[in-house]
Structure formats: C-alpha cells, structure tokens
Design a binder for this molecule. Sequence first.
Ligand code: G6P
Length: 585
Amino acid sequence: MCSIIGYAGRSAAAPVLVSGLRRMEYRGYDSVGVATWGEDGAILLKKGAGRVEEVNRRLGLDGLAGHAGMGHTRWATHGVVSDTNAHPHTSSAGGVAIVHNGVIENHLEMRRSLEDSGYVFASETDSEVIANLLQRYYDQTGDVRSSLLGTVSNIRGHYAFIAMFGDGTMACARHGKPLMAGLADDGLFLASDVRGFIEYTDDAVYLENGTCCMVRDGVLEVMDFEGNAVRRPATKVSREFGDLDKGDHDHYTIKEINEQPGVIRRAGASSVAQIRRVADMVRIAGHAYATGSGTSYNAALMGRRVLARFAGVRLDAVIASEMPGDTMLERGGVLLAISQSGESADVLEAVRTARRAGCTIAGVVNSANSSLARDSDVVIRMDCGPEVGVAATKSFCAQYSIMLRLAEALAGDTGVDLEGVASAVSRVVQDSDRIREVAAQIRDITDVYVLGRGLHYPAAVEAALKIKELTYIHAEGLAGGEMKHGPLALIEKGTPVIVLNPYDSTYGDMLLGAREARARGAKIIGISDRESDAYDHWIRIPPGDEVSYSFSEVVAAQLLAYHAAVARDADPDYPRNLAKSVTVK
Ligand code: G6P
C-alpha cells in the first residue's frame, strides 16, 4: 500500500510534505516523491526509488519551492520499484500531477483509450491513467470539478488519489482507500492517515467512500461523485498519534516489544462493555468465526484455542484471504475481524463476505477511525497505542489479551491472570541482552524450524513469522508432534530447531521431539523455564501457566528475531518488500 499527502497553505509546502511522508512511511517505503505548485504556476517534481530519508538527501525533495503540493510513498503493485514508477505522476502534457493509493482495475482499458487519443504514458503504473484522464477532461472543459467527476465516473477499483492542476487547485477522491483532511491554522491537508498532519493539527475531516473534494483559496469543498455538496463534520483526533518518538531506542520495533507488559494490562480496557456485548452475541450464535491476516490471523488462532479451552466455545479461525464464499458461512453467525490497522484489504473483503452471509461483525482494531471500525457492528479497541514497526509485535499481545478477556466474559472466571502474564513478559523483556547472545549464534543460518504443542503451536507459528519478517531467514512454525511426519527429513547436521518447551502438560512430549531432532544433528534452542541437556542454547522464560508461557515465548522470539535482524544488518522497522498494512488484495 502507499501513503498520499497534499498540503496547501501559508508554509513552504515541500518540508511539510516530507515530514508527513516520514510519519506515514510505515505504509510503504520502496520509493517516494513530491510535487509542488511553483510560483509561476509550473508543477515542480522530484521522485526516486528508496526510503524517504535517503531520497530526500539525494534529491532534496524538501527544497522544492511553492506553498501547495503533494507527496507519496510507494509499495509497488503495478510496475517494478523504479524512479519512473515512483509517484507523483503527471499527465503527458504536464498540466496535472497525481498521487494515488490503491488499484485501478480497468487501467489497461483506460490506458488504451487515452493512448488512442494521443496521451503518452511514462510509467508501468495503473495510477498514471488518473493523471491523463483528468487532463483529458480538463482539456475538454477547462474545469477542475467536471474533470474530477468525469474521472471518478470512469475508473473502477479501490483508490484514494490527490490531484494538482496547473491553476493551483488541489482535488482528491476516495473510493475504498483511506483519505482525510486536516484543518490547520495555516493551511489544509489531505492525507491517508492522521499521522500525515498530526504535527500541525488534530482537527480532521474523515471523508467517506464515494466522496471527492476540491481545495481552492484555502477552502475545502466536499461533494459526492455526482457533484452534490456533502457536509462532513470535523473531529478531534487523538494527539496520541503524534507520539511516535523512538525515545532512547534504536528502533521502533524494540520500543514496541518493550511496551508489551503495559499493552497486556491495557488491552481492551476502553471496550469492557463491547467485549461483554460480543460475548452475548457469541453465546446466542453458539459459535463464532475469527479472521485476520499475518500476525492478526495468528492471534485468531490463539483465540480459537482459548475460547475452546476456557469457554467451551467453537471459534473457527479463517485466514482473511481464504474466507469461503458467503454460502459456506452459517447465517446469523458472528465474525471477529482482527486487524491492527483496520485497513487490510483482505480483512475488509472477508467482512463484506460475512455480511452477505448475514453475520454480525465484531471488529478488533487499534485504530478507531479505520475502515474496519466503521464496517463493524461492535468495535473492540486494542488500546495498544500506535505501532510503527512494520512487523506486528505489541498488537499481537493486545489481540491475544482481548481473546482472553472475551473468554472470560463468556465463561466467568477462567483463572487467567493477565497481571501475572504482564509481569512474566516484563521479565522476558529484561532478559533482552541474554537473548541477544543467542541471536548472535543464529546470525548466519538460512533455515529454522519452530516447534510447539497445544497453545504453543500457534505461538510457534507467530514466532516463525517474526523471524521471517525481521531476519529474512526461512522459518517454519510446526506442531511439535508433526516433525516426525515429514519435516524431520529436512534436518541435517547443524539445522537449528527452536522448541517452545515450557514446563506444562506439553513438556514431556516436546522434549522427546527435541531429542529426536537432535539425534539427527539438529541444534536445539530451547525456550523454556527448565534447563535441559537437550538444548544447545537455552532462552529462559519465567515459570507460569500455559497462557503466560505462550506470551513469554512469543515475546522471547520477537527479541530473538529483532537482535538477529540487527546482527544481520537488516532494518527491523522496515523489512524489505513489506508494508505495515496491505490495502490491496
Ligand atoms: C501486513 C504486515 C503484517 C501484519 C498484517 C496484518 O502484512 O506486514 O505485519 O500482521 O499486515 O495487518 P493488520 O493491520 O490487518 O493487523
């Protein structure tokens, strides 16, 4: 996914845009660009492949003149990562510049028709059709409003775009991708995320799907796709989103890992009534579905286990992109849609499918203003504060804690002590230096297997995902008992195997599995509260119960992955090829 930003006001636009892009870089970071409206009415543009900081240093994006402009960070969908494919794109005549987030589904058809009319394309992107289409309408009518309305009536897909015309008018449209306006004292912003402008204002106007805007002479005009005026109230957004400082930490990822004890204590605290309401809904339905992508799906897997264990409730966990058709879902069901960002396209699509099946939607989200929050019947807030590191860490602990609170609301007392869990996790975090020593040992490996049984199996899957994302080491999370049914064939002398082996009901069988792998040459890293001669390396976690162990081992694996990433010179905050939330299917 990408981030887009526009600004028109009294300040020099380019530095304002670059600082907004820095804050939104988590949304995509393979290339970046800025275009401004220069004094003489010309559109000035600089863009290139690379991260914001680096491209800015190389090209001086923030040195562009002008008091209005737009910027973009890209996560490639159509066309390779290159300077040419970076946004902004201009129309072939240069009279219109655009930045775009999303996918234009009928871009090939539109491109052919525009090329037939003499418009020339420079990039491989789907986005460039927007610039040329706006230009075609502008050439015909000389009017920004009809160019905008004509364009949105022609393009299909999910998009948010901002356009700048040669007369200095800024325009934008939203259809399925986030877009909001920020109302600052000295100017107006348009952005994918409040982080784009939170430094300057916390007065925001959230635009609905199917709306577009024009910004001219400091005035924001909002209309629907037919051109009818739309009134949207301004909302105060939380200043908390401005608190994106790394403090003394080298990376956001380690800061966020360290925050987890507090996250576990706070998770869902602002949604006590909503958790109770969802519990009632699930009780009436008799069972529920849970969905998510990546780490959020792994939290759904944890939820499946704990709802069965503590509340005797069946929760079917479904990967969002694998949600079966609506006819396969039980009518009147409840879907727990779990997403940190609330913007993952796969999750939003799964929600639409479940809606068609007559399901009620309970969103578990961090961002209260996200698309998922708005598409849900009940919203449970994760309350974990902004997560900047692209690989999810604290959001997992928040989601898992909420699953436990839901189990408690369903079952009464589950005996789970989240305060005790938080204390155990804080001890793991304090052991970071010792985990760094183990990470140094796996610095140069190419593959690793992570084994766990019971509740520790989904924990193993999440641990492996962190290792993949942060270190680029091939990692697989496996059910401990399955090793002997195939994966054992992959074990050679020195193959690292991480065993999640706390001293609970899974301990004996897991230790046996570790020994079987070791007998075939594996190097065993044991994550456990008990030392054993079966381990070549031991990562100690505090004693506890099955639930607290599962948190502790995931956090230990996050630290292992983080330190190994640093040792391998990988950037833990911005792993290659990934984006914090993927708003395309
Ligand atoms: C992306 C991120 C993952 C994240 C997933 C789901 O793929 O790289 O780290 O787990 O999206 O994100 P969500 O915001 O829906 O929880």
